[in-house]
Design a protein around this ligand. Sequence first.
Ligand SMILES: C[S@@+](CC[C@H](N)C(=O)[O-])C[C@H]1O[C@@H](n2cnc3c(N)ncnc32)[C@H](O)[C@@H]1O
Length: 282
Amino acid sequence: MNPSLLIKCPVCGASLHADESGRSLRCNGEGKSHCFDIAAGGYVNLISGRASGGDSKEAVRARTAFLEKDHYAPIGDAVIEILREVGNINESSLVVDAGCGDGYYLNRALRTLGCRGLGFDLSKFAVDHAAKSARRGGLSEKSFYAVSSVFELPLADACADAVINLFAPCVEAEYCRVLKPGGVLVVVGAGEEHLYELKKAVYDEVYLNDTRADLPDHMELIERRRVDFTVSLTTPEEIESLFSMTPYYYRTSAEGFQRLRALTALTTRAQADLYVYRKNNK
Ligand SMILES: C[S@@+](CC[C@H](N)C(=O)[O-])C[C@H]1O[C@@H](n2cnc3c(N)ncnc32)[C@H](O)[C@@H]1O
């Protein structure tokens, strides 16, 4: 998709346009033009020159291996249902995925709803995968992915019909800024019993998950849905991929990892909470 006029230059804030070669985005900033190359994978890095961050190559690889098996399809389908039923998203709509990771959820929504989509993530490995996967799925005309922080989205004000935000930082003021009046924000977090059996297999004592601490305070909450389902994993690799997608991966003892790696199969509850907000019409 040609993101001209939607995407802003991260240096001067002027609109970025695809140049004639189609290989870079350029602005006409006051006195100076800034240029951002489109990578071979089809995405653009809008924080080049500064240290990037976000998920590592290994983390993205594990997440992708897990998501591509559609273990979390019920979450993706619930987001799509909300976009269609509550957000009235159709072929002419624009959906922004803030913290899109490997693009699993946005690409799924674009395929089903026929809308256009822009995905942003701090991890160039994730964004590279998202853009390539969109290209493989014939979604290049409908999508555009960029490396950017969600705290400062390089987007024009009031350009999006919906913003989706799954398991990534929620920045209410910024998402509200880019939404059109009446647009919807869908925030997804882990439910209290998410991956309960996985945690039970690794820890002696299991705590329930807290509600996301960064939910919007000012936008109107119009709906809350919970998706409950079961995930069945049949190989140690799948189990480790899932575990490495969780925050526990980074704070588990050697003994915990030993228990994890002894598992050959696992069935666990999965639970996601979806919060739907609407930007007021003023
Ligand atoms: C748990 S993953 C979720 C990815 C995707 N939404 C999903 O559910 O598969 C969190 C993502 O947020 C990204 N992230 C973390 N901080 C960010 C920031 N400040 N701006 C943009 N992305 C960020 C990470 O790189 C990672 O891809």
